[in-house]
Ligand binder design. Structure first.
Ligand code: GDP
Ligand code: MN
Length: 379
């Protein structure tokens, strides 16, 4: 789960990371009041779950409360990477002497939290990683010991030569590690970590991604979810207890089990198609889940055909068939559906589908080839 900058800032501040004060607002009038209270030049920043807000015009300096209100009226409602800006953060502007990058991610390869720091911060770190990877220093942390003081210092020395700044940065890296482990984050990132002309080291941005598996035991973090800023189909799927990820293709997929879902997407691609989503209806079969799955998939105008791939074990294929029948009674599905099912109660499932004129398949290759052919004909 992504946090907004203004939410991430609260976690950073609680850990002691130095950041300018500020406040969040959703109208130019509120922004004007905050700017007046802060005094001096402020920065008005779009709060959306996307990086590169600066480049997109979502971060603006304002010299007066009136200018801040004006900047807010331009930023609020703006689209950044397809997301509408509904809130802005207002902070006092810092004078910047240098911009660095400090990030911590959960690395699957080393199975450890890995720090990445670079004196080349501020801009796209992805670009630095691609073009000048030698400018990024990495360090995998052994979670049994945490970030040791000498490790934090070694990293800080790659950013600064002034000893006071090195010490300040080392402390910030330790605090960044605390935010990470203390909140079950999969990413905590400061970009830019700046120095001011008077030599202070300050974080000017806060990015935090919380591992979804953490949310059940941390209702305080779960409450930070902003559904209005998320992909609507993913919100609907989460509410229906389905594991769903929207993708770019046009073959809607309904599958039981994550492994089979991955194999299905691979096979769709193998036969020249592109999956429109990853969707796992889970192990237990409940016709209601199938109805919800079809609702979510058919809401995507990109979907040109739908493939069911069900391997009946604990999942009863007749339940899935009943779900399809129930869904088609409830709402109209304009795209063709190919059903492949095999396993528990398959004879009954085939009969149920035949009763509404659908002929299910039992071979997976045959079903995938059929659905790919259908989307190609539709195009
Ligand atoms: P992002 O582009 O979405 O990562 O947004 P950031 O919060 O990182 O801001 C983008 C850029 O705006 C930073 O790299 C800075 O160059 C600039 N910026 C942000 N805050 C300040 C500030 O307080 N003062 C100044 N002068 N520039 C700022
Ligand atoms: Mn940033």
């Amino acid at each position: 789960m992504n946090l907004h900058e203004y939410q991430g800032r609260n976690l950073f501040k609680a850990a002691g990371i130095p950041m300018p004060d500020g406040d969040v607002a959703s109208s130019p009038t509120e922004v004007e009041a905050i700017a007046r209270r802060l005094g001096g030049t402020v920065v008005v920043k779009a709060q959306v779950h996307a990086g590169g807000r600066g480049k997109a015009g979502g971060v603006k300096l304002a010299k007066s409360p009136a200018e801040a209100a004006e900047a807010a009226s331009r930023i609020l409602g703006m689209q950044i990477k397809g997301l509408t800006v509904q809130k802005v953060l207002v902070v006092p502007a810092a004078d910047i002497a240098s911009e660095a990058y400090a990030g911590l991610i959960m690395d699957r390869e080393s199975q450890r939290p890995v720090f990445m720091v670079s004196a080349a911060g501020g801009i796209d770190i992805e670009e630095v990683a691609a073009k000048t990877p030698e400018k990024i220093t990495r360090l995998a942390v052994d979670p049994r010991y945490g970030l040791l003081p000498h490790q934090a210092q070694t990293l800080a020395f790659t950013l600064y030569s002034d000893i006071n700044q090195v010490r300040a940065a080392a402390r910030i890296l330790e605090q960044l590690y605390q935010v990470f482990t203390g909140n079950g984050a999969s990413l905590t990132e400061i970009n830019p970590l700046v120095t001011t002309p008077d030599g202070k080291v300050v974080a000017l941005d806060a990015k935090v991604v919380i591992d979804d598996n953490e949310l059940d035991r941390r209702p305080d973090l779960a409450a930070l979810r902003d559904e209005s800023a998320e992909e609507p189909s993913e919100v609907a799927a989460r509410r229906a207890n389905l594991t769903f990820i929207k993708l770019e293709g046009n073959v809607g997929c309904v599958v039981n089990g994550a492994g089979l879902a991955m194999a299905t997407m691979d096979l769709v691609k193998y036969y020249g198609g592109e999956p429109a989503n990853f969707l796992d209806i889970g192990g237990s079969s409940n016709p209601e889940k199938v109805v919800n799955a079809l609702k979510i998939i058919t809401a995507d105008p990109a979907v040109k055909a739908i493939l069911f791939n069900i391997f009946g074990g604990i999942t009863r294929t007749d339940d899935v068939a009943n779900g399809i029948v129930a869904a088609l009674k409830q709402f109209k599905v304009d795209v063709p559906i190919v059903v492949r099912l095999t396993g528990t109660n398959e004879a009954e499932a085939f009969k149920i589908l035949e009763s509404i004129g659908m002929k299910a398949l039992s071979d997976m290759d045959e079903a995938v080839r059929a659905v790919v052919k259908l989307v190609k004909e539709a195009a």
